[in-house]
Design a protein. Sequence first.
Lengths: 111, 111
Amino acid sequence: NAGVTQTPKFRILKIGQSMTLQCTQDMNHNYMYWYRQDPGMGLKLIYYSVGAGITDKGEVPNGYNVSRSTTEDFPLRLELAAPSQTSVYFCATDRGTDTQYFGPGTRLTVL
Amino acid sequence: KQEVTQIPAALSVPEGENLVLNCSFTDSAIYNLQWFRQDPGKGLTSLLLIQSSQREQTSGRLNASLDKSSGRSTLYIAASQPGDSATYLCAHNNAGNMLTFGGGTRLMVKP
């Protein structure tokens, strides 16, 4: 039972490049979330999903897109990377009423 | 807009000391308050969750309290140990399960 897994662990992008951050959970939770954490700061919600086929914007959605075709997977897409997107990205999941379980994070640098 | 503030931002104490971490929030419409631990370069681990109907929760040497009327939560750590060194984050849940995080308190417990 791996919980929440994220790939890659680290990535360096050039300005204007695109990439997809992968998140997979084996906890059979309906709710999934993407957060970003800037240095020395708390986490901010980018997008979330309450089930397959349903996604919605969080606090800081600009520059990102998501999809949720299965219960297990919730990828986050960056289309035109900008230096402001340099951050650590965390995926999380829960049952909708209790604590959230987090993945180990993806550290992204945009140069 | 909901704001969550954690004071102090950093704290250094000698081993064995009892300590209190503070979390304040502006939105009194709270579903639950969650405390997390984050080790350097790692994801978040849930410590305690206090439902809005509860006043406190305990787990081992940790005790978290919630005062909705004043918009405050505290995390009490008894008999601190070097292994408690980490960043502690509180998060406000407004019933949509969209967490708003504080900036965290970075704790160092010296042997």
